[in-house]
Structure formats: C-alpha cells, structure tokens
Design a protein around this ligand. Structure first.
Ligand code: HEM
Length: 614
C-alpha cells in the first residue's frame, strides 16, 4: 500500500513539475512575444511581430527567400514602412514610393557603403587586411579623403555616364555579342538538320557571359582560357545567398564557394601574367574601366590577389541581370506571334541587310545602335515590364545615426532599411488592378520622333503565364496596343519614379543601366532578326487551349499573316512563372526550364557577317 501511495505521489509530483515547466515556457514565450513588439522609440514604424519571436522573420527569409518580405508588404498595405524585430537589431521595410525616395535622399545617415566590407568579405572571400582597407574613409563627406569604395564609385559612375567612354564600351559589347551570335548562326546553318534544341536561359546566358568576359577583359580573359569557368560562374551565382549568410560557406554553399575560388584563381593568373594588358601580337587587353579599377585597388594597398577577387564581382554585375532579362524578352517575343511580328517590323528600321558585297549570295547584317534607342516602343515597353515583373530586389541601407523620415517615422541607429522592390512592383495601388499580370505594353509610349508605325496599330497576344500566384493568367484586352489596349500607358506614365525598382535608386542606382539597355536591345534585335524559335516539346493542354482561344479571337480581324505561320506549328512556348523563393540577388529566373528549337530564319541564311554601328 505505501508503495502505491509513493507511486501516486511521484506521478502527481512529475505532473506538477511538467506543468510548471510548460507554464514557465509559455510565460517565457509570451514575454519574448511581447518584448519583440516593444518599440525602440515611440515613433518607430509599426512592428510586425513574428510567431517565433525575433527569429521568425529571419527564418522566413532563409526559407522563402525574397518572397517572404514581399508578401509581408503586400499583406500590410496600410503600413508604408514597418519594423521587423531581429536579434539585437531591426529591419525597417519600406513599401511606399515617396518614403523610398526619402530614404534615398537621406544618404548622409542612411547609407549602403558601411555594409559593403562585410558583404564583400562573405561574397568574395576577401582577407582581413583588404577588408580593413575597404573600411578606411568609407563614407567621406565632401572635402574628406576618399577611400577605395568612394574612388571606385566615382570611377564607375562617371565611366558609365553618357559620353564617349560609354559609347565605346557599348559598341565593343554589341560587337562582341554580334560575333558570338553570328558564329552560332553559321555553325547552326552548317549542321545536318539546321536545327538546335536548347534550354533558352542557358543559350542566352552563354552569349552574354562569353561576350561580357571578352569586351571587359580582352582576348585572354579567364572564360576564354578556361571555358569550364562558365559553369563555375553560374554555380557562384546560384549559391550567392548561401555565401552571403556566411555560415561555413565551404560546406553550406559548397558549389558556389568552389566556383568563386576557381574564378578568383583564374583572375589572379590573368593579372599576374599581364593578360589584362594589350599584347605585342595585337592581343586586346582589358577595357579601360577594368585597368582603372585594378589600378585604384593597387593604389589603395590591395594585393593583386585581392584585386583579382574584386573582378569576380564586376564580371558578375556585367553578366547576370543582362543575361536573365534578355532571356525573358526573347521568351515573351517568341511566345507571342503578334508581339514578335510588331517588334520585327519596328526593328527593320535599325537593321541593314547588305547584299551589295555578296559573293555567292552572302550578306552582312548591321545593327544601328543609335536607331535602336527609339525604333521600337514595343520592345522598350517589353523590357521595362520584364524588369518590373521579375525584379524583386531590395535597396539596402544602414542607419548610421537616428533618422526621422516624412510621416514622423523614427529609425534607430544601426538598424537596416530595405526598400522592397518586389512589394512595390506587385502593388495594385501603384500599377493598377493588373499589377500581377505581365502586360508587355504597360510602358508603351510613342516618342514623337518614333519611326514605328506598326506598334500603334498592332494587337498583342494574350500572355499566358504558368505562375503559382495566378496560374495561367491571361493579360487580356488591356495588353493590346490598339485604342482599347494602351489602357495602362497613361497610368504607367504617372507612376512615382521611386516605384520602379529594377535598377535600385539613390546613391546606389545601377550605374550600368544605360549600357545594359543598349546591350540588351542589341542582343534581342540580333536574335529575333537571325532566328526562329519554337517550343521543343509538346505543349501542355493549357497552352494548346490558349492557342485555340487566340485563333477564335482573331477570326474576325486582320492580323499580320506572319502570325499564322508561327502558330501553324500548333506549338506555343509556355511562359513559366518566376522563381521568387530565392534571395533576389538579380532579376528572377524561371521556375521551369524552357526548351526550344532554334533555326536560322528564312531570308537570313546567307548572312555571314554581323556587326554594329553608332
Ligand atoms: C538589366 C540589367 C541590370 C539590372 C536590372 C541591374 C540592376 C542593378 C541593381 C538593382 C543594383 C543595386 C541598386 C541598389 O542597391 O539600389 C545594381 C548595382 C550595380 N550595377 Fe547594375 N544592373 C544591370 C546591369 C548592369 C551592368 C551591365 C553593369 C556593368 C557592366 C552593372 C553594374 C552595376 C554596379 C557596378 C552596381 C553597384 C553600384 C554601387 O556602387 O552601389 N549593372 N544594378
């Protein structure tokens, strides 16, 4: 009997202990939950608490990538700025264009530069001595001595500003792209069946990566000497988020780490062997901007080995966005017969097919880069809409000292501010009810000097996007460029300038944006002029149905007959959704591979040479 009593008492004791522990845990949880909601200043932006106090938002970002904060912003439309509590700091997320502009203006106290040393240490693997140099005079006021970052900033922004240097670099870039595309077209034409099946993203990327390495770093650039580095480059790109996290990167972001190290070794070899200098044999060295970048690094005391690592980041800036956005443009064009017909008709004004020098039927094709700037308002709109639709990037700033934004929002020192591009680009209050839809003509406007007639009279296909956020959404009549269809044009014209975030803004506004625009439109012009691209695989039932619907819709109008030729194959290229579950270090990639067949376009068979002119 006593044994039984002991047992009961023990059990009761255990139950009490368990209850006490649970009650204690609940109390601690409630305490932490409330504590995360305590403002660091009475006028701090509203706090969004997380179910997992302090860590929840970081976990959300780690697991869901850019989509996490983007969706938080979209779910809290009443908060133009909000606070995410994180351990020992806070992240302020700005989703309102006028507030974003105010953040950009407050560059004295809200600055990206103090974050750079740590970011570059993680991403590029810079050593301690180099990082210490980067920290010197990091954010100088006018009149103060300039550190490495300030000198590089001045160089890059002045070099990429309108002028002779930019024109030369744009010419070199477009010429290199023309060489790459021309060489591919000739090989394709010489192949047995004249057709190639490719992954569209990989195909476009290859042109951009090889050409960029060539025009920036010359004939003996690392990618030319070590072709396997192209794969290493994309490994680095795809694991950048892991490198940024910086938790044992050689293990947790192994492929990216190895890719970066391979690139860094190759750049080191390139610099130590003076391959960046022109050779006596006529070898082209690096472009002037690269020579200047390296010399600024050495002047500030960097080793050549560290300078080599820094070039990995410039190659990255030159390739990744340009390649990925060109992919989206080519995809949308070849997925829509009308869009393609319109743009091809527009581009005719920028292309010269020269048959006069032909021997045995050979021709040369020249792209006029000056005319390209204005000849296709449809292509210009498509580029801008592709940027809006696929850029979920954040412009990031450190709060160097307490700052009050318009509206009285008080930001405490050492917190981080992020302008959420993804939220703004999806905000229906900014872009209208069709913000979630890809509307190729959203930014359509006809410049008074435009040579384009066709754009103003063309009807554009429905855009079928296989997207999780709205599977197979169709951008129906509002995407047409007919009278009914330029509906969003006026709206787009009145958008707050800080709402378009694809190139960032303020002091960190992308310096390469003008250059990239020329490069992208030139490459698109070359690809649509030289090739026909069609779906490689059987279309899904949804895509086939869309073609059928489109044919029904068009029974009663006078669509350009080139369209029926394109749809005759009854295969439509499907447009996958964008992969927004990653850290948006550049324009988002597609969720699925897009396999296509490439052929040289009828009438372009005899082209043996392709070049550009200003
Ligand atoms: C479609 C093409 C491009 C897009 C969408 C793009 C976008 C961006 C974005 C979003 C930023 C960060 C802005 C911020 O934090 O506020 C940036 C910065 C930068 N971009 Fe681009 N970019 C493109 C092409 C290029 C090209 C071709 C180059 C150079 C060859 C380039 C060079 C740079 C540099 C050097 C920075 C850093 C600026 C700084 O010092 O803060 N970009 N770009």
């Amino acid at each position: 009997m006593p044994a039984l009593l002991d047992l009961i008492t023990d059990k009761a004791g255990n139950a009490n202990a368990t209850a006490t522990v649970i009650a204690g845990l609940v109390a601690v949880y409630l305490l932490l939950y409330r504590w995360q909601s305590v403002k660091a200043h009475p006028n701090e932006p509203p706090i969004i608490a997380s179910a997992v106090p302090f860590l929840g938002h970081l976990l959300g970002m780690a697991l869901q990538g850019g989509r996490y904060v983007k969706n938080l912003g979209l779910r809290n439309p009443d908060k133009p700025i909000f606070t995410l509590p994180v351990p020992r700091s806070r992240i302020y997320v700005v989703t309102d264009p006028p507030l974003a502009a105010a953040v950009q203006r407050a560059s004295k106290t809200l600055s990206f530069t103090p974050l750079v040393p740590d970011i570059t240490r993680r991403v590029l693997g810079l050593d301690d001595d180099t990082v210490a140099i980067v920290r010197q005079h990091i954010d100088p006021d006018p009149g103060e001595p300039k550190g490495f970052l300030a000198d590089i900033h001045d160089l890059v922004y002045s070099y990429f500003g309108p002028g002779e240097a930019l024109n030369e670099l744009s010419f070199d870039a477009a010429s290199e792209l023309a060489k790459q595309v021309n060489s591919y077209a000739r090989t394709l034409q010489g192949s047995r069946d004249g057709e190639d099946t490719v992954n569209l993203l990989t195909w476009v990327r290859h042109f951009v990566a090889i050409a960029t390495a060539q025009f920036l770093y010359g004939d003996e650039n690392p990618l030319a000497l070590h072709p396997e580095l192209e794969a290493a480059f994309w490994d680095f790109d795809h694991g950048l988020g892991g490198l940024l996290m910086g938790i044992l990167p050689s293990i947790t972001a192994r492929k990216a780490y190895r890719g970066r190290e391979a690139l860094a070794r190759a750049f080191e070899e390139y610099l130590t062997q003076n391959r960046h200098l022109p050779g006596p044999d006529g070898r082209r060295g690096a472009s002037p901007i690269i020579l200047k970048r390296v010399s600024i690094a050495l002047q500030h005391g960097w080793t050549l080995r560290a300078a080599a690592r820094s070039e990995v980041s410039f190659l990255f800036a030159g390739i990744v966005n340009t390649a990925t956005i060109t992919f989206w443009l080519v995809l949308h064009l070849f997925a829509s017969a009308d869009l393609l017909a319109t743009v091809r008709a527009d581009l005719a004004a920028c292309l010269t097919l020269d048959e006069s020098e032909s021997e045995g039927g050979t021709k040369s094709l020249t792209v006029d880069l000056t005319a390209l700037k204005t000849c296709s308002p449809t292509l210009a709109s498509l580029l801008r809409e592709s940027l809006r639709y696929t850029s979920d990037n954040y412009s990031t700033r450190l709060v160097k000292s307490p700052t009050t934004l318009p509206g009285g929002y008080h930001l405490v020192a050492n917190a981080v501010v992020q302008i959420a591009g993804g939220t703004m680009h999806a905000d229906t209050r900014i872009w209208g009810p069709d913000a979630a839809v890809f509307n190729p003509l959203r930014f359509f406007s006809t410049p008074s000097t435009s040579s384009s007639k066709s754009s103003s009279t063309t009807t554009v296909d429905k855009v079928v996007i296989d997207d999780a956020e709205g599977a197979n959404q169709s951008a129906t009549p509002s995407t047409t460029a007919t009278a009914e269809g330029r509906g969003t044009q006026a709206a787009a014209a009145s958008i707050h300038p800080a709402a378009f975030r694809a190139f960032g803004g303020g002091k960190t506004l992308c310096p390469g944006r003008h250059f990239a625009t020329t490069e992208i439109t030139a490459l698109v012009a070359m690809l649509v002029a030289r090739f026909d691209i069609s779906a490689a695989a059987t279309p899904s039932p949804a895509a086939a149905a869309a073609v059928d619907d489109e044919d029904d819709d068009n029974d009663n109008n006078n669509i350009d007959k080139t369209k029926s030729a394109a749809t005759a194959a009854r295969k439509r290229i499907e447009i996958p959704g964008k992969e927004d579950g990653v850290m948006p270090v550049h324009v988002l990639e597609p969720k699925k591979d897009v396999m296509v067949k490439v052929r040289v376009r009828e009438g372009m068979e005899g082209v043996v040479d392709m070049g550009v002119r200003w």
